[in-house]
Design a protein around this ligand. Structure first.
Ligand code: PEP
Length: 257
């Protein structure tokens, strides 16, 4: 059975001291209500990784980076490598968040390189996919996610895929307060499982963890998490408040029963 996961993407929020404060508050809440069937991941900004890591020791919370560069290292001013975030304590990295596709024009080739490099550095990957509003209105959602899965994950082996989580995040729902209905999200998640079987090998789809992301909040999480093909959430805005993030963990626990 696939375990549920609640992952928080802090984006470009929180200084080191703010990060320490938020994590301290979250770990206290989690100590009181340790989840039994939900994995918890937080993705602070790169500057806070090394300070947050020691606070997570002995807790069920794992840490991810938000981004890595596509080369191992060298003359790439301003970039952060897979090895650096791993050494700072990250176990995961997000790859291909829609904000990176949009603002940094990350192409399938770049995304594929990043995913392979993360895996080679023993970082698990949370790979984000999803269509824009325009694409949904043109009924292109399935074509878009098919292309993203096919090209971003090109040449990955079944062993590689054990370390990849896919987050379906319709771009029109990210940070907008417009959440996909549980039915809309379920339809795409079910389709992703089908294409994983077709692109890789039969049985791949049901093994992989698929998260929904896009304005998931404590008051709309239950319906989404109750869907058979939704294994949890990638949370932006609502992960910046320990209370709300804890409510989402509880919603996931309730949905796992
Ligand atoms: C995200 O950034 O991945 C996200 C889902 O953001 P929000 O929850 O704020 O829509």
């Amino acid at each position: 059975m696939r375990k549920k996961i609640i992952a928080g993407n802090w984006k470009m929020n929180n200084t080191v001291s703010e990060a320490v404060k938020l994590v301290s508050s979250l770990t206290k809440k989690i100590e009181k209500n340790p989840p039994s069937s939900t994995g918890v991941i937080i993705c602070p900004p790169a500057t806070a990784l090394a300070s947050v890591a020691p606070l997570l020791k002995g807790t069920p919370i794992e840490m991810g980076a938000q981004n890595i560069f596509w080369e191992e290292g060298g003359a790439y001013t301003g970039e952060v490598s897979a090895k650096m975030v791993k050494n700072a304590g990250a176990k995961y990295t997000l790859v291909a968040h829609s904000e990176r596709r949009t603002y940094f024009k990350e192409s399938p080739t770049v995304i594929n390189k990043k995913i392979k490099l993360a895996l080679a550095n023993k970082l698990k990957v949370i790979h984000c996919i999803g269509e824009t509003l325009e694409e949904r209105e043109q009924k292109l959602t399935k074509d878009i996610v098919l292309n993203q899965v096919e090209w971003d994950l090109k040449d990955l082996t079944p062993q590689d895929l054990k370390n990849v989580i896919i987050a379906y995040e319709p771009v029109w729902a990210i940070g907008t307060g417009k959440v996909a209905t549980p039915e809309q999200a379920q339809e795409v998640h079910g389709f992703i499982r089908e294409i994983l079987d077709a692109i890789f090998e039969p049985g791949t789809g049901k093994k992989m963890t698929l998260l929904y992301g896009g304005s998931m909040k404590p008051d709309n999480a239950a319906g989404l998490l109750a869907q058979p093909d939704i294994d949890g959430g990638l949370i932006g805005g609502a992960c910046l408040k320990a209370d709300d993030f804890m409510k989402l963990i509880k919603a996931s626990e309730a949905a796992s029963k």
